[in-house]
Design a protein around this ligand. Structure first.
Ligand SMILES: Nc1ncnc2c1ncn2[C@@H]1O[C@H](COP(=O)(O)OP(=O)(O)OP(=O)(O)O)[C@@H](O)[C@H]1O
Length: 578
C-alpha cells in the first residue's frame, strides 16, 4: 500500500516522527478509555457511590477527548505535507512535460497527461493523506494495546498476537487481487481519457468520414470496460472488508468466550475480563481501517507511481555554454558529425550518422519521403531532441543544442502554428515581447490579414484560439509568419513544411511574404513542395533517418541520384498541386 518513494519528499521523516508520537499518545488514550470504561461498568455493577463513578467517567471522557484530539492533530500534521507534496509534484510534472517536449505527451496520450495533472494529483493528495496515518496507526497502536493486554491476561493476549499475522496474510492476498483489479481500472480510465480527447479533437474528420457513430460506440465500449473494471475492484473491496470484519469479529468472539469461561471458573475477575473485551476490538481497529482505505487509495497510488516514473525519466537539462554574443552571423558555422538520435520507445535510431555543415545565412532545404526524419532533424537543430555524436559551433565542441545561447537565436514555423487561447496581441508577441501595437498591425498588414483584423470586435485584444474566435489554417499560418516577422534578433529559422496544409493560391501569396524573411538568416526548411528548392542554397536529401545526398540543386540534378528518383516521385504528387 505504501509507495516508499513518499519518504524521499522533504519533511516526510519529520511527519512520520510526529505521526508515530501522536499515534503513541492515542494508543495510551485508547487504553485509558477502555480501562476507565470498564472500571465505571464494574463500579456500577458493584453499586459503588456515585461520586466514585463520576471521577471514573471524567477520566474516561478525558481519555476519549485526547484520543479524538490526536486524530485531529494527525490531520493537522499531515495535511500541509500532502498539500506541499502535491504542489511540488504539479510543478515538477509541468516542468518535466516542458523539458521532455511534445513527444512524451504523444506517447502517453493527451487525455492521460491532462487527467494525471488534474485528477491524478487530487488522488495522490488523498492517497498521501490517508496512507501515512493508517500505516503508522497500524504499526503503533495495536502493539501498545497488546503490551497492556499482556499485563492483564497473557494467554488471551498471546491468542490475539497469533491471530494478527493470519489477518495480515489474508489482507495481503486480497490486497494483491485488489491491486490487479485496480491496475485494470486505472488502465481503462487512461484509455477512456485518451479515446475521449482523441475523438473530440478528430470530431470534424470523423464527421466528414461518417465515422462519428462508430467512434461514439467505441467510447461507449471503453467506458463499459471501465465500468466493469470499477465494479470488479469494488467487489474485491467489499469482499475483503467483509472477510476482515468476519475474522476480527470471530477473534473477538473467541476471546469473549474464553474470558467468559475463565470468569465462570473464577480464574479471572470482572474488571480485567471486561477491560480485555473492550480493548480487543481496538486492537484490530487500525488494521481494519487500513484495509478499508486500501482500496480507496489504490488509484492514488497508481497515479503517484505514474507521476514519479515520469519524473524519473532522464532529461537533458538545458545548458548555457554556447556563446553567440551578437547572435548568428554570416561567419558562424555549425557542424554535425555522426549524430544519432533514437526516440525513447523506438527499436532503431531515427537519425543515423548525420553529417552536416552549414555556414552563415544559408538556406537549407530538407527533403525526403514521409517518415525519413526531417522533423526529427529539425527538432534536433532546435535543441528539442538531444542525440549523440559531435556538434561544433565555430569549431568549438558543444554537448547539444538544448542550450540557451543557441535557442535564443532560433524561431520555428511548424505545419500548424499553435494558436493559444489568448488575445491576438499575446499570440503575436511570441518572440518579441516588446513589440508596439503599431508594429503588430504592420506585421498583420504584411502577412495579408488586415481585412480579417479590421473585422475583429476588440482588434488586438480579441481573444482567439480554442474556445474563442476560431482562425482558419491559412490565417493561423499567417499569424505564425507574423510572429517571426516581428522579431529582428533571432537569425535561425526552422520551418517544418509550413505550407503543407495550404492551398496553392494561399501558399503562393505566403511565399511572397516569406522569401524576404529568409534573408540574413540561417534557414532550415523541411518541405515536400519542389518549387521551394529553387530558392534554397543547399539541399539535404534524407532517407530512413540518414542523409543520403546533399548539395546545390544543380549538383543534385547533375547526377543520376536518389534525389532525381525522389524528385520524380514528388513531382507526381505535387504536379497536381503546383
Ligand atoms: N515521438 C515519437 N516517438 C517515436 N517515434 C517517432 C516520434 N516522432 C516520429 N517518430 C518516428 O520517427 C520517424 C521519422 O519521423 P519524422 O516525423 O521525423 O519524419 P518526417 O520526415 O518529418 O515525416 P513527414 O514528412 O511525414 O513529416 C518516423 O518513423 C516516425 O514514426
Amino acid at each position: 500500500m505504501l509507495d516508499k518513494r513518499i519518504f524521499k519528499f522533504s519533511g516526510a521523516r519529520q511527519v512520520l516522527v510526529w505521526l508515530t508520537l501522536l499515534a503513541g499518545i492515542q494508543g495510551f488514550a485508547i487504553i485509558g478509555q477502555g480501562r476507565f470504561l470498564s472500571r465505571t461498568i464494574v463500579a456500577l455493577w458493584q453499586g459503588k457511590p456515585f461520586a466514585t463513578i463520576t471521577n471514573l467517567i471524567i477520566i474516561f471522557a478525558l481519555a476519549y477527548v485526547v484520543r479524538q484530539l490526536m486524530t485531529v492533530a494527525k490531520e493537522y500534521v499531515l495535511t500541509p505535507f500532502a498539500d506541499r507534496v502535491t504542489q511540488q509534484l504539479q510543478q515538477a510534472l509541468l516542468t518535466k512535460y516542458t523539458t521532455l517536449g511534445p513527444q512524451v505527451i504523444a506517447s502517453e496520450g493527451t487525455g492521460k497527461s491532462v487527467t494525471l495533472l488534474l485528477e491524478g494529483l487530487t488522488k495522490v493528495h488523498d492517497y498521501i493523506s490517508l496512507v501515512l496515518i493508517k500505516t503508522v496507526d497500524m504499526m503503533v497502536i495495536p502493539w501498545i494495546i497488546l503490551a497492556y493486554l499482556y499485563t492483564i491476561h497473557w494467554e488471551q493476549a498471546t491468542f490475539l498476537l497469533f491471530i494478527y499475522p493470519v489477518i495480515v496474510l489474508f489482507m495481503i492476498i486480497l490486497g494483491l487481487a485488489a491491486q490487479g483489479k485496480a491496475d485494470r481500472e486505472y488502465e481503462t480510465f487512461n484509455q477512456l481519457s485518451n479515446h475521449f480527447i482523441d475523438s473530440m479533437r478528430g470530431l470534424t474528420t470523423l464527421k466528414q468520414l461518417g465515422l462519428s457513430k462508430k467512434y461514439a460506440d467505441n467510447i461507449f465500449e471503453v467506458s463499459e470496460q471501465h465500468r466493469v473494471a470499477v465494479v470488479n475492484t469494488l467487489k474485491i473491496a467489499i469482499l475483503s472488508t467483509f472477510a476482515l470484519d468476519f475474522f476480527t469479529t470471530l477473534s473477538i468472539a473467541i476471546v469473549a468466550v474464553f474470558l467468559g469461561l475463565s470468569l465462570l471458573d473464577g480464574q479471572i475477575s470482572l474488571l480485567p475480563a471486561l477491560t480485555m473485551l473492550v480493548l480487543a476490538p481496538e486492537y484490530f481497529l487500525p488494521i481494519r481501517n487500513f484495509a478499508n482505505d486500501y482500496h480507496a487509495t489504490l488509484n492514488g497510488k497508481n497515479s503517484l507511481a505514474d507521476i514519479l516514473n515520469l519524473l524519473d525519466q532522464t532529461t537533458i537539462a538545458p545548458t548555457s555554454q554556447i556563446a553567440l554574443p551578437a547572435g548568428w552571423q554570416q561567419q558562424d558555422q555549425l557542424t554535425l558529425q555522426d549524430v544519432n538520435f533514437t526516440y525513447g520507445n523506438a527499436a532503431h535510431a531515427t537519425l543515423a550518422d548525420i553529417n552536416l555543415s552549414v555556414k552563415g545565412y544559408q538556406k537549407v532545404a530538407l527533403i525526403g519521403e514521409s517518415g525519413s526524419g526531417k522533423s526529427t532533424l529539425l527538432n534536433l537543430l532546435g535543441g528539442f531532441n538531444v542525440g549523440s555524436g559531435s556538434i561544433q559551433i565555430n569549431q568549438a565542441p558543444v554537448a547539444h543544442l538544448r542550450d540557451q545561447g543557441w535557442q535564443i537565436n532560433v524561431m520555428t514555423l511548424p505545419q500548424k502554428p499553435y494558436i493559444f487561447h489568448a488575445t491576438l496581441r499575446d499570440n503575436l508577441c511570441f518572440y518579441s515581447q516588446t513589440a508596439t501595437d503599431d508594429q503588430l498591425v504592420q506585421a498583420l498588414q504584411t502577412v495579408g490579414l488586415m481585412t480579417w483584423f479590421e473585422q475583429l470586435p476588440s482588434r488586438l485584444d480579441t481573444i482567439i484560439g480554442e474556445g474563442a474566435l476560431q482562425v482558419s489554417g491559412g490565417q493561423a499560418q499567417r499569424l505564425g509568419l507574423a510572429r517571426i516577422l516581428l522579431d529582428d534578433q533571432r537569425r535561425i529559422l526552422l520551418l517544418d513544411e509550413p505550407t503543407a496544409h495550404l492551398d496553392i493560391e494561399t501558399e503562393a501569396l505566403l511565399k511572397e511574404k516569406m522569401l524576404p524573411l529568409f534573408e540574413h538568416k540561417l534557414v532550415f526548411f523541411a518541405t515536400h513542395r519542389l518549387h521551394w528548392l529553387k530558392q534554397m542554397d543547399w539541399i539535404v536529401v534524407m532517407r530512413q533517418g540518414k542523409i543520403v545526398e546533399q548539395g546545390t540543386l544543380s549538383d543534385l540534378y547533375a547526377h543520376d541520384s536518389y534525389f532525381v528518383e525522389l524528385e520524380k516521385a514528388m513531382r507526381g504528387v505535387t504536379d497536381a498541386k503546383s
